[in-house]
Design a protein around this ligand. Structure first.
Ligand code: GDP
Length: 454
């Protein structure tokens, strides 16, 4: 039973989210209306991204788990927010910038019926500077008569334009085959860092104090200037020594830079958040204690949960907290953060430096939980005790039994239960709860999946 196929369990059998960290990333970039979302749907083989390619449509999702020819990767659609004419240049440039920061391979999409525009040329300049493989898709080539239009795109200087029709699927498979040849097995970013400093993302909505926190951390401690042998540093990341250990803070450029876009700011914020999460092992979600916990805060926490990364909550601006607000805050935490009571909380002030030193033990605890492996024997003893104390309720005259269980993955801890019948989601939550009661797993999401065996 030990040689469980890890890939097989990435299917989700219930409410849990399964994530295998460090999948390589393919990012799609292009002007509005060139057919990016049609292409995303085509690659995913399902209509998940967005149904219509309407200007101005805001998509919530940015990253998708995709698979091609047995290879799994993360597909990032940077074009989820389509600006109006005035904002196009800035918006597409911002997309390209994010794509370059986070992707292993970039797919640049041009509308072959329109040809290369000034915006396209601007983006190409950015893409050419990046040391990532870039593929050029000439979209909307619905039949062979249109292929000469694609050839005209050689002029962009990005190499061969591949004629595709995202709508009809024409040419997409061949292009994906070529892309796969350039895709690393695991994301390059992660590969560089194996065994190196642990990767932390500082997340939060604007003005909660992310950059203040980063500056305070970097200011009081040492910013490490590329002295670690063998690590190629990503310029958007910073290595900072905290608590006697070096940490990589990912996408700090995203925090320091601040893209000033009037429209679509929310979309770019979630793009950045997703990008940072792809690279990180643990996320610090910063909340501003002077303001009520908002939908936006909760959305960011959800993104962390979806990504399967470890989580620490930092309640910032503690120096501004008065007794009244404090009572409200406690109530908000009880109501809104009930699903993440397992996340370590630190109450800090990025301004005064209060309790910043508590961040390190919280990060260490969360990562330790995230890395935890429970040996199969121990886990089955746990299951035996649990099922003896509280068997699954009878359903339709049958009582599903758990035959066996194993931890199939860590980062985050992912368990598979083999059962004689479908286990109620409620029962799986009970297993999850007991796991936390016994093993803690503070700071890490845990996933419990199920497989039915006859
Ligand atoms: P970011 O957008 O999340 O990076 O937020 P900033 O770091 O730019 O902070 C937004 C504002 O909150 C700035 O005016 C900071 O000076 C202020 N601020 C940040 N942290 C604290 C804190 O701990 N206490 C107080 N009083 N102000 C803070």
């Amino acid at each position: 039973e030990a040689d469980l196929d890890l890939l097989e369990i990435t299917e989700d059998y219930g409410d849990g989210v399964v994530y295998l960290p460090a999948l390589p990333v393919l990012a799609i970039v292009g002007r509005p209306n060139v057919g990016k979302s049609a292409l995303v749907n085509r690659i995913l083989g399902r209509r998940e991204a967005v149904v219509e390619d309407k200007p101005g449509v805001t998509r919530d999702r940015v990253a998708y788990k995709a698979e091609w020819a047995g290879r799994r990767f993360t597909l990032v659609d940077t074009g989820g927010w389509e600006p109006d004419a005035a904002g196009i240049n800035a918006a597409v440039a911002a997309q390209a910038e994010v794509a370059i920061d986070l992707a292993d391979v970039v797919l640049f999409v041009v509308d072959s019926n329109v040809g290369a525009t000034a915006t396209d040329e601007h983006v190409v300049k950015m893409l050419r500077r990046a040391d990532r493989p870039v593929f050029l898709a000439a979209n909307k080539v619905d039949d062979s008569r249109q292929e000469p239009q694609a050839s005209a795109l050689w002029s962009l200087g990005l190499g061969e334009p591949y004629p595709v029709s995202a709508l009809h699927g024409r040419g997409v498979a061949d292009l994906l085959d070529l892309i796969m040849q350039k895709m690393p097995e695991v994301s390059n970013v992660a590969k560089q860092e194996v065994g190196g400093p642990r990767r932390v993302a500082i997340l939060g909505r604007p003005n909660v104090g992310k950059s203040s926190l980063l500056n305070k951390a970097a200011g009081e401690e040492r910013v490490v200037v590329n002295e670690l042998a063998g690590t190629t540093r990503d310029p958007v990341d910073e290595q900072i020594e905290l608590g006697g250990k070096v940490w990589t803070f990912v996408d700090t450029a995203g925090i320091r830079k601040r893209v000033h876009l009037q429209q679509g700011a929310d979309f770019y914020a979630s793009l950045r958040t997703s990008a940072a999460l792809e690279k990180a092992e643990v996320a610090v979600v910063v909340l501003d204690v002077t303001e009520p916990i908002s939908v936006q805060d909760l959305r960011i926490i959800d993104l962390v949960l979806e990504s399967g990364r470890a989580l620490v909550l930092a309640f910032n601006k503690w120096d501004l907290l008065d007794d009244e607000r404090r009572r409200y805050l406690e109530r908000e935490i009880e109501q809104d953060l009930a699903h993440v009571t397992w996340a370590p909380r630190v109450n800090i002030s990025a301004r005064t430096g209060r309790h910043l030193e508590k961040l390190v033990p919280a990060l260490e605890l969360a990562l330790e939980s995230w890395d935890t492996r429970i040996p199969t024997g121990k886990f089955n003893a746990f299951l035996a005790e649990l099922t003896a104390a509280h068997p699954h309720p009878v359903r339709g005259g049958k009582q599903p039994r758990i035959l066996f269980g194993t931890q199939a993955a860590s980062r985050p801890p992912t368990f598979v239960l083999f059962a004689t019948g479908f286990l109620d989601p409620g029962y799986r939550r009970y297993v999850q709860r007991r796991l936390r009661e016994i093993y803690g797993f503070e700071g890490s999401p845990i996933v419990v999946n199920m497989r039915v065996r006859e």
